[in-house]
Design a protein around this ligand. Structure first.
Ligand SMILES: [Zn+2]
Ligand SMILES: [Zn+2]
Length: 334
């Protein structure tokens, strides 16, 4: 039953949206062990400590051009690896990439320190199947309506959920990925890729300057600071983009996904989350002209160079039919 919901959701079809809203069946998922929780805490606190260290160093010594470039370039490459690769290509099948492009995007996303591609995608499909009802791994709305409960929900949706028991069954939620040997191999070597994600900017920092300070700067800015900002940008799509912003498009009842404009650049277009929940398979999330969506731009370039095909671009009719105001106006005219 669950996989049926997921398939229709992915297709962006109308069927699931008129279907009755379902919550997840009870599942006995073991709580993460203390060791697992400690590793998760380290993965979040480590980059945050790096960000704080970088701010302190910045006020003492400023930032070198090499540090800044390493931070920006690694942010752009690994960030778009998550948004175009993990999210739009693997999870929602918004386009089909040539094999080496698929591998490159999945590896870039793995360098973002957000978990292996197969589990990330399975978890995210679960979020779409049960958005803001029981079963959603990171909804901010499951604790209650009082101020305290809402604050607790906001924390849960941002990072708290990472420490809780989660059902991530790749076979069930992502059978297509489980069959993809390339993606499963990249998932398997995720720990190695996280080490590369830290050591590569440090190595480049050294090669550009031939100094230990250059290597340390690369490690802090291209590694820790970049990862911290990227992590919280992704977390904010789960928290802020379900809490604040506009809901111009039709989504399923109770689905609180919103378009939260301030996150546009940092989240590379993932903030136009209301449209994304309205038509999950759409390759473009910022469907209005002024809505910056660098991920969609990258997909457009890849398509122009014939590196990807079967791109699910939103059509004008689709946008109109999913717009609440348009629906109201046209039904009023009849
Ligand atoms: Zn969402
Ligand atoms: Zn999604």
């Amino acid at each position: 039953m669950e996989s049926l919901v997921f398939d229709e959701e992915l297709s962006g079809g109308q069927k699931v949206r008129s279907a009755k809203r379902t919550t997840a069946p009870q599942e006995n998922v073991p709580k993460p062990s203390l060791l697992q929780q400690a590793i998760t805490a380290l993965m979040i606190i480590g980059p945050l400590a790096g960000l704080i260290a970088a701010i302190v160093i910045f006020f003492g010594h400023g930032i070198t051009l090499v540090d800044l470039l390493l931070a920006l370039v690694f942010y752009a490459i690994t960030g778009h690896g998550v948004t175009a690769g993990y999210h739009r290509m693997v999870t929602h099948r918004s386009f089909v990439a040539k094999r080496w492009v698929k591998i490159a995007l999945a590896i870039s996303g793995s360098l973002a320190f957000e978990g292996a591609v197969a589990t990330w995608a399975a978890q995210h499909r679960r979020h779409h199947a049960y958005s803001d009802v029981i079963g959603d791994p990171h909804s901010p709305y499951l604790y209650g309506q009082s101020f305290k409960e809402r604050a607790k929900g906001a924390f849960h949706s941002h990072i708290g959920w990472l420490f809780k028991a989660q059902s991530v069954d790749v076979e069930k939620w992502a059978p297509d990925i489980a069959k993809d040997k390339d993606l499963m191999f990249i998932s398997k070597i995720f720990p190695l890729l996280t080490i590369i994600s830290f050591t590569l900017p440090a190595l480049l920092g050294y090669l550009f300057t031939f100094t230990a300070a250059g290597a340390l700067g690369g490690f802090i800015w291209g590694g820790l600071v970049r990862i911290c900002l990227l992590q919280h940008s992704t977390f904010a799509v789960n928290s802020a983009c379900h809490l604040w912003g506009k809901k111009p498009f039709i989504t399923r009842e109770g689905d609180e996904a919103r378009n939260f404009a301030p996150l546009a650049i940092m989240s590379m277009g993932e903030n136009w989350h209301n449209w994304h929940h309205s038509v999950p398979r759409s390759a473009r999330h910022g469907v209005k002209r002024y809505q910056i969506d660098t991920t969609a731009r990258l997909i457009w370039i890849l398509e122009k160079f014939k590196l990807i095909k079967d791109v699910h671009w939103p059509t004008k009719e689709q946008i109109n039919s999913r717009t609440k105001m348009y629906k109201l106006e046209t039904s009023g005219m009849q």
